[in-house]
Design a protein around this ligand. Structure first.
Ligand code: ATP
Length: 306
């Protein structure tokens, strides 16, 4: 029986502006996504029932049943084309779980791309992206990758010009943060007047950052990294302040909480600097794991099919 494997990157948000809460319960966002070279591999094989197997250190934190986002993606695609969602899904997980790096969204995107190949579907990219958006706000970006401006709840994408590679160090925390909980915390901080960033400013387009990315100058990018969710993540996990300080002291140009956290992402001057910052951060004991990664990289892509 045939199978197909898609490789999918993690994301960070170079800018995450959180606007007002909408009637549908989502916040209006203005975000600049960047895909990084930290990947999950999602394999979809023909089988006589739907199943999910998760491999990797964090496998116990991920549901191995129909609630897994990769399984939901296979079911959604099958429904769209009138096929049976009978497939064995295997996820080789390297993206931190509940880390603000869109790991679940990456698996959904990988499952869509792999299942479309397995079933030899002639599905238009826009249709695939529409299914992706129904699965989750970050899933379309996991399909396209690179660098992109996300608006709406993050699902409306425009590619962003960028030059050269950026080198990052990622500090992965021992305990994850729930994305809905972090959004509730930002609402709470704003309602109390404890957030200096008004909600209305959250939807402003990060033009200066986009220009810096196009120039390929990481020293221009570094001071423009911004995350409206950072105060909420720090409020829920105060120890992250120590992680951010340790990264800067280790020589990173800048550090931010990635998305809803708690992973912290540090931008470094070049690949050698990233290795040095990673070594120092590993020694400081502020994170459960430390990784280097570069980007922007491509989105979900097939690496094997038969
Ligand atoms: P985001 O950055 O998109 O807000 P995240 O990276 O913080 O998300 P995920 O790793 O996507 O968080 O996991 C969030 C929760 O989703 C997990 O706690 C897990 O229970 C559930 N989940 C469902 N499917 C998956 C999957 N394939 N991989 C990881 N988590 C999954």
């Amino acid at each position: 029986m045939g199978g197909a494997t898609a490789r999918v990157p993690a994301k960070i948000n170079l800018h995450l502006g959180v606007g007002p809460l909408r009637d549908d319960g989502f916040h209006e966002l203005s975000t600049l996504y960047c895909a990084l070279s930290l990947f999950d591999d999602v394999t979809v094989r023909a089988d006589d029932a739907l199943s999910v197997t998760v491999r990797g250190e964090s496998r116990r934190q991920v549901p191995a049943d129909a609630t897994n986002l990769a399984a939901r993606a296979v079911v959604a695609l099958a429904r769209r084309v009138g096929a049976d969602p009978h497939a064995a899904i295997t996820i080789d997980k390297a993206i931190p779980v509940a880390g603000g790096m869109a790991g679940g969204s990456a698996d959904a995107a990988g499952a869509l791309v792999a299942a479309a190949r397995l079933w030899r579907l002639d599905i238009a990219r826009d249709d695939l992206l529409e299914i992706a958006a129904e699965l989750g706000s970050d899933v379309p970006f996991s399909v396209v990758g690179g660098a992109a401006l996300g608006t709406g709840r993050g699902e409306k994408l425009l590619p962003v010009l960028h030059r050269g590679d950026m080198h990052w160090v990622l500090a992965v925390a021992g305990t994850g943060l729930s994305t809905p909980e972090v959004y509730r915390e930002i609402d709470r901080l704003r309602a109390r007047g404890d957030d200096d960033q008004p909600a209305a400013a959250g939807t402003t387009r990060p033009d200066a950052l986009m220009q810096a990315l196009a120039s390929g100058d990481v020293h221009a990018v570094a001071p423009l990294l911004h995350n409206d969710l950072q105060p909420a993540a720090l409020s829920l996990q105060p120890l992250l302040r120590r992680t951010l300080r340790a990264g800067r002291e280790a020589g990173a140009l800048a550090g931010i909480v990635s998305g809803s956290g708690p992973t912290c992402a540090f931008l470094c001057a070049d690949a050698d600097a990233a290795v040095e910052v990673a070594a120092e951060l590993s020694g400081s004991g502020v994170a459960k794991a430390v990784r280097t990664a570069s980007g922007p990289v491509a989105g979900a892509r097939l690496i094997a099919a038969n």
